[in-house]
Design a protein around this ligand. Structure first.
Ligand code: HEC
Length: 128
């Protein structure tokens, strides 16, 4: 298998990130990447979905703020469908269990003010 320089760089960055993360970190990282794609496709029309952007729709709180207000479990529960049914403005989005977890992982990775926040690997994650 040939490796492009880009791929090697990505692997190097990923290994640094993984080294900073707790157990299951590799899974969490992949999950957060999938969550990022989901957010780009389904949430960016209204919510800010990165660390320094602004919401397109003023009424929609930036996802990073939502992430700092809820525990990981609360966030997963909300995102498993409830929140989309409760808020009239939100799209009909029915994520499956994995997608809800992926979104929660991504949102937590870009959130500040979290007690368990460690080395902030997300600062790099969201730029990839
Ligand atoms: C059409 C615009 C729109 C889209 C698309 C959208 N949202 Fe929202 N969302 C809103 C608005 C507006 C609010 C605030 C509703 C309120 O405060 O009553 C909101 C609220 C939320 C909340 C609740 C925050 C709280 O404090 O209760 C969550 C969580 C959320 N959105 C997540 C998402 C996610 C994840 C996606 C993508 C899968 C998404 N939203 C897509 C408009 C949108």
């Amino acid at each position: 298998m040939t490796r492009s320089p880009f791929r090697s760089i990505m692997i190097a960055i990923a290994s640094v990130l993984v080294a900073e993360l707790p157990a299951n970190a590799e899974d969490d990282l992949e999950s957060a990447f999938r969550g990022k794609r989901l957010a780009e496709a389904n949430c960016a029309g209204c919510h800010a979905i990165a660390q320094f952007d602004e919401s397109t729709l003023g009424a929609a709180p930036p996802l990073r703020e939502i992430g700092s207000r809820f525990s990981p479990k609360e966030l997963r529960d909300m995102l498993s469908g409830k929140v989309f049914r409760e808020h009239a403005m939100m799209p009909d989005f029915e994520p499956d269990h994995q997608q809800a977890a992926d979104l929660a992982n991504y949102i937590l990775s870009i959130s500040d003010n979290r007690s368990e926040a460690h080395a902030k690997p997300s600062r790099r994650l969201h730029r990839m």
